[in-house]
Each structure stands twice: as C-alpha cells, then as structure tokens.
Design a protein around this ligand. Structure first.
Ligand code: BES
Ligand code: ZN
Length: 584
C-alpha cells in the first residue's frame, strides 16, 4: 500500500478513476444534494478501492449491471473524513455510489435569499480546494489523479446553475429544470465547481462572459470589461489557452476568497467591484492559474507553492504587460509586506514557512498563508534575475509543456530545473526557499521610482500634489506602511482630507481601518463593524477581527460582530475567525 498524498485515502497501488458521471438534485429545503456518482476506472482490478468522503450519507454501491457491491464506510477522521472502501470483484471497471450530502457539507454554502444581491432567491455554491470535494462526491480526492466528467444538476425551474465545465443543455420537467455539463479536459477533483441561483450573464468578449445576479450584472460587466485583453496578454506570455472559455462568476459577498480558478469559470468576490478596475489583478491571477495550477498541478497541498508561487509570478507578468513595470513593482512590494507579516504570524511554526511543507496531520486550510504565494514568487524572480528573462521565459514554456495535464512535486521541480538551468538553483540558494524557514537576505527587492516616492512619505500626511497620480494600490501601500506609533492627528487629518473611511476600494478601506485601529484612532470603528457584516472574504475578516481582538477595548466589539454576522460567513471563514477570537 502506498499513500502518496497525506490528505487522501487514495492508495496508489489501486486503479485510478478515469471519468466521473455525476447526477445531483439540489434540494434547497433540506440543504442536501441527492446524488449518484458513477466512477469509471482506468483498468479493472479485483480488490479494494478506497475513496475519500466527508459527511456523505451512502445509500448503496452497485456495478454497471446494478448488482450491489460490498463496501465499508469507516468512522470519520478529523482532517481526512471517512474512507469508503469498496470491494471490487474481478472484471469490474465501473461503479455507482448513491448518496446524499450533509447540510453541513464543507464544500457547500447554502444561502438564504437575504444573503444574496437580489434578496428573493436562494443561492448555493461550492468551494472544493483544497480537500472539500469529498463532501460533495465520493472520489479519489487527490490532485495526483485527474478526471474528465459529465454532470447533470436538477434545480428549481426559476434558478440557473453554472458549472466549471462546458454547458450542454437544459430541459424543464414540471417545477424543476435539469442542466447538463461536460468537462472534456481532465482536472484534479479540487477544480470541480458549481453554483445555483438567480443568475444571468453578459458577453465580455469572444471567449468570455460574466455571470451574476441581475442586480449586480452591469457593474460586474464594467469592472471586468478588460478580460479579453488580459487573455491575449496571457497567451502571448504562456502559450495558447487550453480551456476554450474563460467565463467569470460574481459570487455573493460570503465567498471566502478573492477568486478561485475553477476552469472555464473563475469565481470572484464582489469586493472586486471598486468601480475603477483597480482590483483586476485578482482576475489576472485566476486567469494565470489556467497554466500554472490547472494545467500543471501541485501533487498535494505539500507542494501548494507550485500552484500559487508560479501563479503570482505569472499574474505580475500579465500586469507588467498590461500596465507596465511600475504597477507590477507596486504589487510586488505589497506582496513582500504580506510575506513579512505571514512569517511573523507563523514564527512559532517555522517549518510551515518553508515552501515545501510536511502536512501529515495538518489541515491545509489551517496551513494556508501568503508564504507559498510570495516566497514562491521571490524564488522564481530570483531564478529569472539569475538567468535573464529570455532564458527564464523559455524555461517556463518547457515546464508548462512537459507537465501539462499532470501533477508534480517540489522534488520533480528541482530535478527539472537542474536539468534545464544547470547551476541556477544553487546560485540563488533555492534550498533556502524550498526547505528552510524565513526569506534569504539575498531575495530580490522590488524597486521603482513610485516606490521610492512612497517611502519618503511614510508616516506623514501627503499633500494633494503628492497623491495626485496615486492609484489605489499606492494608497494601500502607503497605509500598510504606516508606523504603529503614528500620531492620531495624522489619521484624523488623513481622513478629513482623503475620506478614507468612505473608500469604495475594499483593499484601501481595510488597509485604512487596520492602520487606524491599530494606532488607537477609533473614529472609523463604526465603519469597521459595518464592513464585517458586508463581506465574508477571509483576507478582510482575518485582519479586521485580529486588530479588534488585539485591543482590550475592542475585543467586545469583535465578539459582538461575530455573534451578529458569524452565521452568515462561509464555514471556512467562520472557523478562521473563531480561531482568532479564541486566541485573543
Ligand atoms: N486557489 C486560490 C484560492 C484558494 C487557495 C482556495 C487555497 C482554497 C484553498 C486562488 O487562486 C487565490 O489564490 N486567490 C487569491 C487571489 C490573490 C492572490 C490575487 C485570494 O483569494 O485572495
Ligand atoms: Zn491562486
């Protein structure tokens, strides 16, 4: 027996799933999916087949002829869930599991109408990365195994489903509609994704449309109007786009991430709707995953940096192509700040600050941080600087070509890079990035004229002339760099002059609220409380709850806000906030 992924019961000596046929009826009343999953294996082999499940109510397992197959559902383990072991007789290549999901399925959030933009219809969405697919479908939930799938969703007739797959058609039967999908490209299970709600769409370009609730559609279409230019820029950097379509789905506010790279249909937080396209780097990031992550995939959560570090690198290359090197450098500087903060946060767990992690017994959601993103980015930047851009671009193309539609480990990355760029890893001390905590002193530092100008204003109130050309990113950097001991008068003056408490840009607003509250300037406290009821994105909830919880005066405010809004947060976000409050 060989279990290669610490987060899956998959045994690499057993046959692999080739295709999934999934049928589910979406029941908003009981908050369950009544479902059937047919797995077709690459080869028949008599013996046990171990699948991952979490909180599934298994009704039965049958072969292609409908004959029952014996199975054992083990008691749940805290991180992995329950192993479903099916005994396969000789010659059986296909099996069907009939089951229903739990109302608490960790991949699903069921929203009541008031939690949506329109307020009239319920909404359901999935978020499977890293190891939540198993709470929706019994399968080999490891990115080492890729599947093609077909799916049918039965939903209330007045609603529309969308899926990270190609739409095949819709039929209506009485009060229900059945919608069919097909995913022809093989994908790791964490990329299985769907949503159901009152959804409409608008074309953005020949390969893209945006889906949103009707109330939010026009603003979303304006914000993301540049997506086709982004696709073209990305293709000229990384090669042809392999997924045919790049559609966007604007999520309800409780979506816990900024974006999720579900293939053909990226999910995006509504906090990106700033009115000025200033937050579209998140779209660039999710688009970049079409190459780094979705095409070339980390072999397990222990190699997550291969997904995210490469994607941040690719995201900033896209930004550089579209907006210039100054803008890319500002983002790199923001990244370096968030990296230093994450290193500080994980100072008691230095082993989690190496890029290559060891996660047996560790929940990937708890190990999540900016480290794989930004330390990974720095390693790739260091390599690019060491060999020069043209050579590095060639390397990147060959990496993508060699591992396309496959998963790889950090160790395979090292072997490949050693062959392709002999000596480069040693030159940048890659081992320090990959296997040691912290960041090497020699790591690249973002440098640019705009950054230097910002540095001079640190802790001061800038004049209108200083800020005349500032982008929201500069505001964010300026605010994040404010010294903790900045005088309250500086905050008062800043708000009076620049109305930061009223900012529509969520990044600027959160940077402002955190800087002000941390320094003891309490005027924006009310806005902070209000904002905690408006969003569910963890990137904002965590720092806001942390800064409130760290002050004796505000701890009560934090607890009360969580009491009031916690039930509406996504379960993953709720867990994150609970941890912050418990430690306070
Ligand atoms: N794939 C991630 C989101 C994710 C990571 C979900 C791990 C679940 C587990 C996505 O691509 C991402 O990184 N989103 C960022 C965007 C940012 C880096 C531009 C986010 O949500 O903030
Ligand atoms: Zn990402």
């Amino acid at each position: 027996m060989a279990r290669l992924d610490p987060h899956s019961y998959n045994d690499s000596t057993q046959p692999e799933t080739e295709t999934l046929d999934w049928k589910a009826r979406v029941d908003f009343r009981t908050r369950r999916l009544h479902a059937e999953a047919t797995l077709t294996l690459k080869e028949a082999s008599a013996g046990p087949l171990d699948l991952d499940t979490r909180d599934l109510d298994i009704r039965g397992v049958v072969d292609a002829q409908g004959r029952p197959l014996p199975y054992i559902l083990s008691p749940p383990e805290p991180i992995l869930g329950s192993r479903l072991r099916i005994e396969l007789p000789a010659g059986v290549k296909q099996l069907t599991v009939r089951y229903r999901t739990s109302p608490e399925a960790s991949a699903l959030q069921w929203l009541s109408p008031p939690q949506t933009a329109g307020g009239q219809q319920p909404f359901l969405f999935s978020q499977c990365q890293a190891i939540h697919a198993r709470s929706v479908v019994p399968l080999q939930d490891t990115p080492r195994i890729r599947i093609r799938y077909r799916a049918s969703l039965r939903v209330p007739k007045q609603l529309k489903s969308v899926m990270a797959a190609s739409f095949v058609g819709r039929e209506e039967h009485g009060v229900e509609a059945e919608e069919h999908y097909e995913m022809p490209q093989p994908v790791p299970p964490y990329l299985l994704a769907f949503a159901v709600g009152s959804l409409t769409s608008k074309e953005l370009g020949p390969r893209s449309r945006v889906w949103a609730e009707p109330e939010a559609l026009e603003d979303a279409a304006d914000e993301f109007a540049g997506v086709d230019d982004m696709l073209k820029a990305a293709e000229s950097l990384f090669g042809p786009y392999d997924w045919e379509r790049f559609d966007l789905l604007l999520m309800p506010p409780s979506f816990p991430y900024g974006g999720m790279e579900n293939p053909r249909l990226t999910f995006l937080t509504p906090t990106l709707i700033a009115g000025d396209k200033s937050l579209v780097n998140v779209v660039a990031h999710e688009l970049a995953h079409s190459w780094t992550g979705n095409l070339v995939t980390n072999a397990s959560a222990e190699h997550f940096w291969l997904n995210e570090g490469f994607t941040v690198f690719a995201e900033r290359r896209i930004l550089e192509a579209l907006a210039g090197p100054e803008v890319a450098a500002l983002h790199a500087a923001l990244g370096r700040r968030s990296l230093d903060e994450a290193l500080h946060h994980f100072r008691a767990h230095p082993q989690l600050t190496a890029l290559r992690t060891h996660l047996s017994g560790v929940d990937p959601d708890e190990a999540f941080s900016q480290i794989p993103y930004e330390k990974g980015y720095l390693l790739l930047r260091a390599l690019e600087d060491a060999v020069g851009r043209p050579t590095f671009d060639g390397f990147l193309r060959r990496y993508l070509a060699k591992y396309r539609f496959q998963a790889l480990t950090t160790e395979e990355f090292v072997r490949f890079t050693e062959e392709e760029l002999p000596g480069a890893l040693a030159k940048v001390d890659a081992d320090a990035y990959l296997n040691r905590p912290g960041v090497p002193e020699s790591a690249p530092r973002p440098a640019s004229a705009r950054l230097e100008a910002l540095e001079k204003l640190r802790g001061k109130v800038p004049t209108q002339a200083d800020t005349k050309d500032w982008t929201p990113t500069e505001w964010q950097l300026f605010l994040e760099s404010m010294p903790v001991d900045t005088a309250k008068d500086v905050f008062r003056e800043l708000d009076a002059k620049y109305a930061l408490t009223a900012s529509r840009n969520s990044e600027v607003l959160v940077a402002w609220l955190v800087a002000a509250l941390r320094a003891g300037f309490d005027a924006p406290l009310g806005r902070a409380e209000e904002f905690l009821g408006e969003v569910g994105r963890m990137k904002y909830l965590k720092p806001l709850y942390s800064v409130l919880a760290s002050s004796r005066d505000h701890r009560k405010v934090a607890r009360a806000a969580f009491e009031k809004h916690g039930a509406r947060y996504h379960p993953i976000a709720r867990q994150g906030v609970e941890l912050i409050l418990a430690r306070a």
